[in-house]
Write a protein that binds this ligand. Structure first.
Ligand code: NI
Ligand code: MN
Length: 240
């Protein structure tokens, strides 16, 4: 059976484990949800074959260099990859939004996201880190669409049609990303088999009830199954 194990590290950080282990948006050390789940950076350092970054915000790249300095490949948009390389990551792959490519036997395609991408220096000045993105990763026949931080946009329909994700990891926290009504519409556009909410309840300003999202998807008559995954929890995703 072709399948992967998907573990929620908390916030927007996910570990996909199959024939390769892929970590998306490594935010661990200061991630309250990872802390609460008892997940440490050390426990992940020797487990990960590949790190994938959606955009340059702190809550998505905090620990990228910890992996990068060990020589673990780090994939991200060109500006993010250049930045991490200059900071000491040994093996970065810079790419852009566009088409499929393969790193370490893992296929992926970066997709648009409506958001921003920068790191803020101590003096408040932003370091520009290119465009924000989402990513579809195909591992062992399973397609995982991590939307990145994003607002709702109509071209999600194209992402659904072209890439047919088995699972969609979607923010619902509002304030920085889609809230629940927007995420329900996003699910309608993408039509994944499974949708899993993320980027909520990390801090009080993005508090949301994921059950409301689940109920709203059901009330909209969508065939997608919403699965609520707690930080530290693993779910098995089977290929179509
Ligand atoms: Ni962000
Ligand atoms: Mn974020």
């Amino acid at each position: 059976m072709r399948k992967v194990d998907l573990t929620f590290i908390g916030h927007a950080t996910w570990l996909i484990q199959g024939s390769k282990n892929v970590l998306i948006d490594p935010f661990i050390t200061s991630n309250p949800q990872a802390q609460e789940a008892g997940i440490t950076l050390e426990s992940l350092l020797d487990k990960v074959d590949l790190v994938v970054i959606t955009h340059g915000h702190f809550d998505h790249i905090e620990n990228a260099l910890d992996f990068g300095k060990l020589g673990i490949p780090v994939v991200g948009l060109f500006e993010v990859a250049q930045y991490l390389s200059a900071q000491g990551a040994k093996n970065t792959v810079g790419c852009n939004i566009g088409g499929w490519f393969e790193v370490e036997g893992v296929k992926m395609v970066f997709t648009p996201a409506v958001h921003s991408s920068s790191l803020i220096k101590d003096n408040g000045e932003p370091i520009y880190l290119g465009n924000p993105a989402g990513v579809v990763i195909e591992l062992d026949g399973v397609r995982v669409y991590h939307t990145g931080d994003t607002a709702l946009f109509g071209d999600m329909k194209l992402i659904g049609e072209l890439y047919k994700p088995d699972v969609m990891l979607t923010p619902i926290g509002s304030l920085f990303t889609m809230g629940i009504p927007e995420a329900v519409k996003a699910v309608e556009l993408v039509k994944p088999k499974i949708a899993i909410p993320m980027h909520y309840n990390t801090w009080p300003p993005i508090a949301q009830n994921p059950e409301e999202f689940k109920e709203a998807v059901k009330a909209a008559g969508l065939p997608t199954e919403v699965v609520i995954v707690k930080p530290g929890q693993t779910v098995e995703i089977v290929a179509s």
